[in-house]
Design a protein. Structure first.
Length: 470
């Protein structure tokens, strides 16, 4: 409820009967309230109206007043045209008209709170250049896209800062739940979009369910995505739970489950972290770090992912390259303290480190398989430090090393337990030279219960050794 003096929309001729077009009366009340420094109160009723310029705060008592869209109108419906406007406790029915429900373009200090919104044809909230914007505790369902600052591809947007998108419910929509975009058509092949359109902002505590597109897309910098529930996401494999592309992004303590694509997809991110999330039952990859730099993946739980595809992309946690379709190396990645649990229908790999990666550390992870195909690690043609991991997957190999013999022996494996190693590629018959010969600088130290499987499926037990060489 908005405190302070207010005007009553009925005093300006609004009927609120769901039949009369109240557009003119409501606009008159808003204009008068703005001039007097007051808010506009809507008593219980159904107010049929077209587009409004909202230059004063509007509210009702516990969502008892409903704004219902006049048919065959286009453009932004509630167009905010002043700073420090609040839209509070309204019920809004867009009747699937192809228009944005609330537009905030260039105004500051706007609050959109506790509204019940249904059947919006484009976006529930669309904003641009809106600092100190708060969108919280709204319930939006049965429409197109949720909350976004997405601009058309041929338009350069304006930065928004200190945006809080908190504790909203977004459900049963055909588009994307929340989208913080960067300028379009300016993709940097190494580190994502060259200029973000949102910074110093948070997406916290939201519940997104039944999202046909992506759950959350973040193409900006200095963003926290935390404590959200993202469930039942995607109508195809290209739809992800959380997608990030930018710098200084924190993805923490989210719960994601049941999706057609990737659970958490970090593409071309720098100085970012993925920590303490639970990702369950995504058809492709649980957590993906692709073409990233200085990014950590720590303390996450991934369960039953990768059941929809086969090969290296069928993975609990994947570190690789190829964002924007190119070969861009991933640098300085830590994958630590994660638990990856398979399922009877899960894919082949537990943690996969693909080709051309540099300075990747895989340590202290626990890989547990409850299905018919054991999880595996892939250490490719990169400099990867692999130590302190525990694997429990029966007699299937848990580490697969891609590449020829010179590439394989550049690895460092130490302090691991119960792993089965299988070289693959041109080095798959070089087991003795790769792991046994004293001249091979494999830095194979203090491992316990390690075995090697050759190309014929024969398994050889390697006793523990100490020292800097095997």
């Amino acid at each position: 409820m908005i405190e302070g003096a207010s005007v009553n929309v009925l005093d300006y001729g609004a009927a609120g009967n769901g039949v009369t077009n109240d557009t003119t009366a409501i606009q008159a009340a808003i204009t008068a309230a703005a001039a007097a420094g007051k808010a506009v109160f809507f008593p219980a009723g159904i107010y049929l109206c077209g587009p409004l310029n909202v230059s004063a705060s509007i509210f009702s008592d516990g969502r008892t007043a409903q704004l219902k869209r006049v048919a065959a109108t286009t453009g932004a419906w509630l167009n905010v045209t002043a700073n420090n406007v609040t839209i509070d406790s309204m019920s809004i029915d867009g009747d699937y008209v192809a228009a944005r429900c609330i537009e905030v373009d260039g105004y500051q200090g706007v609050v959109i709170r506790n509204n019940l919104v249904r059947e919006i044809g484009e976006y529930f909230v669309h904003f641009n250049g809106a600092n100190d914007l708060t969108i919280e505790e709204n319930d939006y369902a049965d429409g197109a896209n949720g909350i976004a600052n997405l601009m058309p591809v041929d338009v350069t947007g304006v930065m928004s800062e200190r945006v809080g998108i908190n504790n909203n419910k977004i459900r049963n929509i055909v588009g994307t739940g929340i989208h913080l975009a960067g300028n379009q058509l300016t993709a940097n092949p190494n580190y994502g979009l060259t200029s973000p359109l949102c910074r110093f902002s948070g997406i916290v505590g939201n519940i997104l369910t039944g999202i046909a597109g992506n759950g959350v897309i973040c193409q900006s910098w200095d963003i926290v995505i935390s404590g959200n529930v993202v469930e039942d996401v995607g109508s195809s494999g290209g739809n992800q739970g959380i997608v990030c592309q930018g710098q200084y992004i924190t993805v923490a303590s989210n719960n994601l489950r049941d999706g057609t694509g990737v659970g958490i997809d970090m593409g071309a991110c720098q100085h970012s972290s993925v920590t303490g999330n639970v990702v369950s039952d995504f058809a492709e990859i649980g957590i993906e770090l692709q073409s990233c730099d200085a990014t950590v993946c720590v303390g996450n739980t991934v369960r039953g992912c990768g059941f929809g595809i086969s090969g290296p992309a069928s993975t609990g946690i994947y570190v690789g390259e190829g964002f924007f379709g190119g070969s861009f190396t991933t640098f300085s990645i830590v994958v630590s303290g994660n638990t990856v649990v398979g399922s009877p229908t899960s894919g082949e790999y537990g943690i996969s480190v693909d080709a051309n990666q540099e300075n990747v550390i895989v340590t202290g992870n626990c890989i547990v398989n409850s299905g018919s195909i054991a999880p595996k690690f892939i250490d490719a043609t990169a400099q990867v430090l692999f130590y302190g991991n525990l694997e429990n997957a029966g007699e299937e190999e848990s580490v697969v090393i891609f590449g020829d013999a010179p590439e394989i022996k550049a690895r460092s494996l130490s302090g691991n337990a119960d792993l089965i190693l299988r070289p693959q590629g041109t080095g798959n018959l070089q087991i003795a030279q790769t792991f046994v010969a004293a001249t091979t600088p494999a830095n194979f130290v203090a491992n316990v219960g390690i075995k090697v499987k050759d190309a014929s499926g024969n398994v050889y037990y390697i006793p523990a050794k100490t020292g800097t060489m095997w």
